[in-house]
Design a protein around this ligand. Structure first.
Ligand SMILES: Nc1ncnc2c1ncn2[C@@H]1O[C@H](COP(=O)(O)OP(=O)(O)OP(=O)(O)O)[C@@H](O)[C@H]1O
Ligand SMILES: [Mg+2]
Length: 435
């Protein structure tokens, strides 16, 4: 029987809004949304919100659990309580084993200390002897690729170096439980891959991981079970596939069939190119209209080019709700602008997906803005979500789930080649059917 290593019972955390640090715009939006939704008002005092409300679950040793939910849903609060960085207002969290945590970048590291000193400090916090930490030291430094800077105070590190060292320390030191909050948002693609690989091997060693991420592909790749938090409450706890698919369908996932950024300065992108609008719609409709499996789908991207003379192209990765990448496409055969230098201005690129290609389900589009067909200027994970619905016109008499990653409408031919009597078969007795 597997052993329960984390038990969370009716865990609730209340914050006082007056004391709230709205670090980012999304924090403010989340807090605003919460007030609109009327949640967090269990106390007559309108200035208090419940960042977590009555959350209960148990985790067995060796499980890797994905924690998902939109901004401000309580994911980091949950991890902070488990890491004993903050205390619950009500309920309790019981933990068996040493906890290593990689929470928002910064926790666990002391800015004035060098990389080397921080590694030993973290070892000591986990109850490891100096010799035990020493044995892991080289591995940590090699994983983090910070050999040259190991005797430099970490406050001088770039955010990438800082993150690499923080992940290496959390992953290599002998903690039985690892709490990982959104590491993948910061690192580059190569480091993300390395982290995901390392997390996989940590679980193979029988250690337990709670992994918070907005990257559904990573969650689906690593976790067999997922917990979905919304406005501090647990909406679902179950097999990852099912929970992620419900989350994406719920429109709580923070991505939409349409998004517009009116303020250039805060729009997503890079100094060269910033997004203005993205949308997904049926060819003959609007972004809020339903798309069926028969409809051609149009994906629209409007973006500002700020730097004259850039050779730009977009690149799209389209994932289905099982986390499978259905296709990647780039406008390399686009007749007008591909290969030409882009002047400064507002551009619009449109991608046409034929009807009768995608199966029913929810799709997530990741957008890359690429320069010279090689350099990624910016990457926008899951910037668009759209749902393709089934159509009775496309189904014939079959009513079950239509299997398959794609659902193309293919040409079929059937002909009668011979009869039992051996009578000659006339040419026009063949029939053609489409399926
Ligand atoms: N120290 C704090 N003081 C007051 N309120 C806080 C504090 N930390 C978080 N909150 C609030 O608690 C709620 C939950 O925040 P939390 O950081 O747990 O969300 P999250 O799910 O991690 O979001 P994100 O996906 O943006 O990281 C939010 O409304 C947030 O503004
Ligand atoms: Mg968070």
């Amino acid at each position: 029987m597997s052993q329960t290593v984390i038990r969370v019972e009716n865990l609730s955390k209340q914050y006082v809004l007056g004391a709230l640090r709205h670090d980012t715009l999304r924090d403010q939006l989340a807090a605003g949304m919460r007030r609109l939704a009327g949640r967090g008002t269990a106390s007559p005092d309108q200035n208090r919100i419940w960042a977590l409300q009555d959350v209960s679950f148990a985790v067995d040793q060796g499980e890797i659990i994905g924690v998902i939910g939109r901004n401000g849903s309580g994911k980091s609060t949950l991890l902070k309580i488990l890491a004993r960085i903050t205390r619950p207002t009500r309920g309790r969290a019981t933990i068996r084993g040493q906890v290593g945590s990689l929470l928002e970048v910064g926790t666990g590291f002391h800015a004035e200390l060098t990389g080397r000193e921080n590694i030993y400090l973290n070892g000591a916090i986990l109850g490891m002897s100096r010799q035990e930490t020493q044995r892991k030291f080289d591995e940590i430094v090699a994983f983090a690729e910070v050999e040259k800077f190991i005797d430099t105070p970490v406050k001088r590190y770039s955010s990438g170096m800082y993150l690499r060292l923080a992940f290496a320390v959390a992953a290599h030191l002998e903690s039985e439980i690892l709490l990982v909050d959104e590491v993948l948002a910061v690192g580059d693609a190569a480091f993300q891959k390395k982290c995901l690989g390392k997390m996989g091997s940590i679980v193979d060693e029988g250690r337990t991981i709670l992994f918070v991420s907005h990257n559904m592909t990573a969650i689906q790749g690593l976790c067999s079970r997922a917990i979905w938090l919304d406005l501090g409450q647990m909406l679902e706890d179950g097999p990852t596939q099912q929970v992620v698919s419900n989350y994406l369908r719920s429109n709580a996932s923070g991505t939409h069939a349409e998004q517009t950024w009116d303020d250039f300065a805060s729009a997503p992108g890079s100094d060269e190119v910033r997004l203005h609008r993205v949308a997904a719609r049926p060819r003959d409709g609007q972004p809020q209209d339903a798309i069926t499996v028969l409809d051609p789908v149009v994906l629209e991207f409007e973006y500002w080019n700020q730097q004259p003379g850039l050779h730009l192209n977009l690149s799209l990765f389209v994932h289905n709700e099982q986390g499978i990448m259905v296709f990647n496409t780039a406008p390399l055969h686009e007749p007008v602008w591909h290969g030409r230098p882009f002047p400064v201005g507002l551009f619009r690129s449109v991608c046409h997906i034929p009807g009768s290609l995608l199966n029913d389900g929810t799709y997530r589009v990741t957008l890359l803005v690429v320069k010279d067909q090689a350099i990624v200027l910016s990457r926008h994970a899951d910037i668009l979500t759209f749902e393709v619905q089934d159509s009775s016109a496309a189904r014939g008499a079959w009513h079950g789930q239509w299997p398959g990653v794609v659902r193309p409408l293919l040409e079929w031919e059937t002909e009668l080649r011979a009869t039992l009597s051996g009578a000659p078969v006339e040419r026009d007795s063949s029939t053609t059917a489409r399926s």
